[in-house]
Ligand binder design. Structure first.
Ligand SMILES: [Zn+2]
Length: 461
């Protein structure tokens, strides 16, 4: 049976890729690569979410059609993930033909199963276009959306409703028994607390939206962008014959959609809900919320330019415990890079390579697996702790060199000492495979046969 992971959401094309998207995507890639290395048939899905009023408005500003605009931004995401060596199985776009077809079939099935009202209801509400969602009056501050600082639009229109309330008991049961496992545990409790307050039916269509997929049972209405986007997982999973999803890796702001609304939609059409939803934290930038208005958005290219591909993958995951919030600063990332990559790992490799080359010693053994401890940590998504474990192995190997003092040894003793060090390095390189695939490969190649000194893996910055 295949394992199916996704980095979620497929990103909304209103925004170019930034450090937050990068963090989720790299983490998902590490998890999927790990499972592939373990021999699992593993799939990683990412892509872009491209419908909705916000996109048509942005396109208009750029004098483009919504599709042209979506093409441009989607390409930026795709290129960023290619640069970062993200080994995705598919880069899906919600404007892809097969997705549109699946969405329409899915909605028709919801309707046929009586999970959607037969007639639309008149809805009056306050809609924040920035959020692409209705806001309750309590969420507003001085009449404005606190995040977007704009007044929501007063809508009065006919919408079709999904009878979400029907699934409350079933969801409570599935979540409390971990049949839908929500992690970290604190997030599970938040979701259960909110569920117990009751579920309201939700609007799944918009009457005056041109840039969307028409409802199959009433083409005058378009499918609400969030509903359309969630179905992307099913489009892919169904085509690959892998269902349910093993993991949705999401930012904490969209946990409700993935742990309540999406599972209910699946139950309504008789499909299995996801096995696990993991919500990770957010980056603030120097203590401030990252925002285009403040102009403190960090782009993946800036990180790659400074730290390289594997360096970026490392500093992102090494900086904070996975699941918690963290405050980004260049100083922190520089310190991690110089301290742990240029010095820690890079230095160890250079040191042992020099000794091995000078004494013409090699160690051909290469049948390693990822250490059990690292494996356990990755399986439980303690990615940051897994890196800490590997860096302890690096520190231990450094200590071993200082203890053995190979430069004072000769003959058989020297050979035994150096071979032991090379075995340590190979084990470290294997453990690094899911995190830093290119670096791992370089190290293994360097120590595969006759060892030669190579340029530093991570030049100091
Ligand atoms: Zn808003």
């Amino acid at each position: 049976m295949g394992k199916f992971f996704d980095t979620t959401p497929i990103y909304y094309v209103n925004d170019v890729p930034h450090i937050g998207h990068t963090y989720t995507t790299v983490a998902a890639d590490i998890i999927a690569r790990f499972h592939k290395l373990q021999g699992d048939d593993s799939y990683l899905l990412t892509g872009t979410d491209e419908h909705g009023a916000k996109i048509s408005q942005a396109a208009e500003k750029h004098n483009q059609t919504p599709k042209e605009y979506a093409d441009t931004i989607s390409k930026e995401f795709n290129e960023a993930w290619d640069k970062l060596n993200i080994n995705y199985s598919r880069f899906i776009r919600t404007t892809d033909e097969d997705h549109i077809k699946t969405v329409r079939e899915f909605l028709q099935k919801m309707y046929d199963n009586d999970a959607v009202d037969k007639e639309p209801r008149l809805y009056k509400g306050l809609y924040c276009v920035g959020h692409e969602k209705f806001m309750s009056p309590e969420e507003l501050v001085d009449g404005l959306c606190p995040d977007h600082k704009t007044a929501p639009i007063e809508y009065s229109e006919e919408n079709y409703y999904f009878k979400l309330s029907l699934f409350q008991k079933q969801l409570e049961e599935l979540i409390s028994t971990d049949q839908i496992k929500i992690r970290p545990e604190t997030r599970k409790n938040e979701i259960l607390g909110k569920l117990k307050q009751g579920l309201e039916d939700i609007s799944i269509s918009r009457a005056n939206l041109e840039w969307g997929i028409p409802l199959p049972f009433n083409p005058k209405h378009s499918i609400y962008v969030w509903i359309d986007a969630l179905i992307n997982y099913y489009t892919f999973g169904k085509e690959k014959g892998i269902w349910p999803t093993d993991l949705h890796l999401v930012g904490k702001d969209i946990l409700w959609f993935h742990s309540v609304i999406w599972p209910a939609m699946l139950l309504s059409v008789g499909e299995q809900p996801p096995k696990e939803v993991f919500a990770h934290g957010f980056f603030s930038i120097g203590g401030q919320k990252m925002s285009k208005t403040i102009g403190n958005v960090i782009k993946p290219e800036e990180l790659i330019q400074k730290y390289g591909v594997d360096g970026t993958r490392y500093v992102l995951l090494a900086a904070f415990p996975f699941g918690e919030d963290g405050d980004f600063s260049w100083e922190l990332f520089d310190k991690l890079y110089n301290g742990n990559l240029a010095n820690g790992l890079g230095n160890l490799i250079a040191r042992v390579a020099k000794l091995a080359q000078d004494n013409n010693i090699s160690e051909p053994k290469n049948d390693f697996a990822i250490s059990e401890e690292v494996s356990q940590l990755i399986q439980n998504y303690h990615l940051n702790a897994a890196l800490t474990y590997i860096w302890n192995q690096i520190a231990d190997t450094d200590k071993l060199i200082n203890l053995q003092k190979p430069w004072t040894l000769k003959g058989g003793e020297l050979e035994t000492a150096l071979k032991e060090l090379i075995l340590h390095i190979k084990q470290i390189a294997h453990n690094l495979q899911p995190f830093m695939p290119e670096t791992s490969e370089k190290i293994l190649k360097q120590f595969a046969g006759e060892v030669t000194v190579q340029p530093p893996l991570f030049p100091r910055i």
